[in-house]
Design a protein around this ligand. Structure first.
Ligand code: MG
Length: 273
């Protein structure tokens, strides 16, 4: 049954942090997995919920770890959110509480990041340059009732210094002030799935997501029907008990084991190894 589902897989959604690498190190089997998928000519996207950095940063990090991907194969929650807003709403002029990278993603998708006076919605991201003035502008617009979206809702971002306030912390500040919460667009929400499938050119049935987080990566699979594969390399190993309701379709110890399973099921030719 699982092998039958694996055999149909043509497209890959791949979480990066904790799945393909941890810090400056590639995860076991990640390079072999990425190379095999590329050699097989399968479309793949690397994903992150972090909307603060540019796609080129992730491409550079993967290339440095021996996993080169084209820029077009990097999908951030910022890119997915901007594409979804353009495709699914008439809104074109977001007030962006976010970094320059998020504003660039908006422009690439056809949106025009705008001043508070001329904006038609609010898009909140992981804004590492937030100030009291920009937070105030966002609060006032949200309080006025403008459509309000967030690229993702992760509360914290792991760093060598400890946990840092992520988009969820800014969402909380605005909610305390205005009483409103945003429509969230990144993993595990449908916007990320829709943007991902559109770019892969595959159906739900033909697509697999590999990730290390239950509440985002595996929840995305559970909600959308995309085959979800949990790798025990990153977050999940530590936090499994917190999300007992999220059940991955397959659990592997690392991406190399998934590669073996895909070959055994006939999704990838053995000759690729
Ligand atoms: Mg991860």
């Amino acid at each position: 049954m699982l092998d039958e589902r694996l055999r149909r897989i043509r497209g890959y959604l791949l979480d990066m942090d904790g799945t393909l690498y941890i810090g400056a190190e590639a995860v076991p089997g990640a390079q072999a997995f990425m190379a095999a998928v590329q050699r097989a000519g399968c479309p793949r996207l690397v994903l992150t919920n972090n909307s603060s950095a540019a796609r080129s940063k992730y491409r550079g990090r993967l290339a440095a770890l021996g996993m080169p991907v084209p820029l077009s194969a990097v999908l951030t929650s910022g890119g997915a959110s901007a594409e979804w807003l353009f495709a699914s709403t008439p809104l074109r002029r977001p007030y962006v509480l976010g970094t320059r990278a998020l504003k660039d993603e908006c422009r690439r998708a056809g949106l025009t990041p705008s001043d508070p006076e001329t904006s038609d919605c609010v898009l909140l991201g992981y804004d590492t340059g937030v100030t009291y003035a920009t937070l105030t502008d966002a609060c006032l617009l949200v309080a006025q009732g403008l459509p309000y979206y967030a690229t993702h809702a992760d509360r914290t971002c792991i760093s060598p210094r400890g946990l840092l306030p992520d988009a969820g912390a800014l969402i909380a500040a605005i909610e305390v002030t205005t009483g409103r919460a945003p429509v969230v667009l990144g993993k595990p929400e449908a916007s990320m799935v829709e943007a991902g499938l559109r770019r892969l050119g595959t159906t739900v049935d033909e697509t697999l997501i590999l990730g290390d987080q239950l509440d985002t990566d595996m929840m995305l699979g559970q909600k959308s029907g995309i085959l979800s594969v949990l790798t025990m390399t990153g977050e999940a190993a530590r936090r499994r008990r917190e999300y007992e309701s999220v059940v991955p379709d397959l659990t592997v110890s690392h991406p190399g084991e998934l590669l073996e399973r895909l070959c055994a099921a006939g999704a990838l030719p053995r000759t690729i190894l």
